[in-house]
Design a protein around this ligand. Structure first.
Ligand code: NDP
Length: 257
């Protein structure tokens, strides 16, 4: 299995679930990144204990406080990452943090719930890409690789098949209106980012991790977090310009918008 060769990686929501497993498997790769910036809302708190244990064993793992729903926290995180990179660029930004309200049907959902979910799942990834754009551009410029790739410079938005308009009837027994609408917006954002940032050499792809056994996915889900993340990490190295601006699943199969 090919492994992603990004020298520097930043992830959001990396203290549990898919984000934490991405950190673990990246650290365990045959050639791990030189720097992994694992960001989370509360790196000092009880929910980041596993991440702290990993950081104590891996000097290439840096924990950074970052709430994606807080624009000034994003700006602060950029400064910390820039300082550590010391002139190097950022190859891979993985926008993984997300929230899900299982009870949000059309009968119950309200403005506050819609806005709260949109802020984390769609606005957060947009602000993250804007803020880290100079570092992503730097990585693209430093690279001698032709075309687009995750080892050069890339934004990966962890989305979901539930944000696919075409696929909605298949899973509408779970309406989850706020989640679906926010992830459909994230899918649109991914296309707009691909069309805008492609010129600067940055690949932009949305990935669906499958239905995964995490706090969000519940223990009824199809996939273990290990299988899902193994899949996601084997898709990253095959991504090229032909995939930019598309939605793919954890096995690399295209999902219609
Ligand atoms: P979890 O609920 O297990 O973890 C969510 C992570 O996001 C946590 O680390 C959480 O941090 C973080 N987070 C939430 N809000 C913010 C915020 N404002 N700023 C920073 N971090 C935040 O979810 P999963 O690991 O299952 O999901 C990860 C991604 O995968 C999400 O984008 C989700 O939509 C997507 N996905 C998951 C599926 C599944 O079946 N599990 C299916 C399809 C997509 P904290 O501990 O502070 O709350």
């Amino acid at each position: 299995m090919a492994a992603v060769r990004a020298r520097t990686v930043l992830l959001t929501g990396s203290n549990r679930g898919i984000g934490l497993e991405l950190v673990k498997q990246l650290l365990g790769a045959p050639r791990p990144p030189a720097w992994i910036f694992a960001t989370c809302r509360d790196p000092e708190g009880p929910r980041a204990q596993e991440l702290r244990d990993l950081a104590s064993k891996h000097p290439n793992l840096v924990l950074v406080k970052l709430d994606v729903a807080n624009p000034s926290a994003i700006t602060d995180a950029v400064k910390i990452v820039e300082g550590k990179l010391n002139g190097m660029g950022l190859n891979l930004l993985i926008n993984n943090a997300g929230i899900y309200t299982p009870t949000a049907s059309l009968e119950t959902v309200d403005a506050e719930e819609m806005i709260r979910t949109y802020k984390t799942n769609a606005v957060g990834p947009m602000l993250m890409a804007q803020a880290f754009l100079p570092l992503l551009k730097k990585a693209a410029q430093e690279s001698t690789e032709k075309g687009l790739s995750c080892s050069k410079a890339a934004i990966i938005n962890i989305s979901t098949i539930m944000g696919s308009i075409e696929k909605t009837p298949e899973s509408f027994f779970k309406p989850v209106i706020s989640y679906r609408c926010s992830k459909a917006a994230l899918n649109m954002l991914t296309k707009c980012q691909a069309l805008t940032y492609g010129e600067a050499g940055i690949l932009c792809v949305a990935l669906h991790p499958g239905w995964v056994k995490t706090d969000m996915g519940s223990q009824e889900a199809d996939l273990t977090v290990d299988t899902s993340v193994r899949g996601l990490l084997s898709v990253l190295p095959i991504l090229s310009e032909k995939h930019s601006g598309t939605l793919l699943n954890w096995e690399g199969k295209a999902i219609p918008w």
